[in-house]
Design a protein around this ligand. Sequence first.
Ligand code: BGC
Length: 380
Amino acid sequence: MNTLHDHALHRHSLAVILDNQQPSGAFLACPTMPDYQFSWFRDGAFIAYALTLDGWQANQTHQGNMGSQWDSAMRFHNWCAEMINRRTAQLERTIERVRTGQPLIFAETLNARYQTDGEAGPGDWPEFQLDGPGTWLWSLTEFVKAAHIDPLPLDWEQAVITTSRYLAALWRTPCYDCWEERGSDLHISTMGAIYAGLVAAQKLVPGLDYSATIQAIHNFVLAHGLTPGGELAKSVGVEMVDANLIGAAVPHGLLKPTDPIMQRTIARIECELHAPDSGLHRHLDDVYYGGGAWVLLALWLAWYYLETGDIQRADALIAWSERQADADLNLPEQVNSVMLASVEDYELWVKRRGPIANPLLWTHAQYLIVRHLRQRIARG
Ligand code: BGC
């Protein structure tokens, strides 16, 4: 770090994010891949967190004026609140259905993908995902804290109440995970995001009390969400790990980064999913673009190591990630220099969707987050 390349990559990461924010406040996941020219709560929540951290730095140098980062984060949070508030009635009906034991109507749940005008993305997508709204609530709290937003705007308060009621009602409902896979499973990483969302909601709106549900999620994961080896499991009853479990500790806080369960989980991720001198595979069954090494996951693991003080490991992952930037300094979702699956699997996806998503805004966001934390450590 602290090289010319690092400064240029910082500037470019910010530019990629700001340039791809839509007038509505939504961020495109990736401007070049047609299937990713939509906005997700999940990707946006990490992007907004990156802007929150980066804006804090800018505010230091701009005498407390709100920099473009915070302005952009604010517009994203406004967009999320609007997406949710527009759907309050259908979400309340969903909460009631779950409460009374009726089957879900998926058209009345929150979508994963939205078009720039706020309409839901086209139907042929695994839309029912609960981690995104949870991560959004966490990201919103971080922004509100950093930017000292007090009182909470009324439309944000309304959206926080609806989202948290929805998550508290549905946390035990199978859904697609953050990779948009395995829609019949209960995913531990998703539970982590819901947990973080409910903790966040209580901070944002003091009248809300989810302490019983928060405790129940924690107990449920310890009782049903571990592998025989005592790691967090990818999903209930699945004897595998997934790199998305990093999120259970950082940033979702379901377990402390130093909790022995988390340490065992990371050790198994290192052993099974961290390709030597490379990035991380998502999970051993991955065939998406051949199951390559994800740059955003390498940065996510670096984030974990920065939290636990393992700076050497973090630096190696950051250095590898920086080397994955192309000549224009764009960072992709994943690289195919190491693949778990076959070349045919890779080619199949290229035929279906085009080249690997590049630039991926979420990867650039992870870079900004990790860079900010690394510099904070360097400053002491
Ligand atoms: C990933 C999701 C992500 C989406 C947009 C999908 O391929 O699995 O995690 O939200 O791309 O970046």
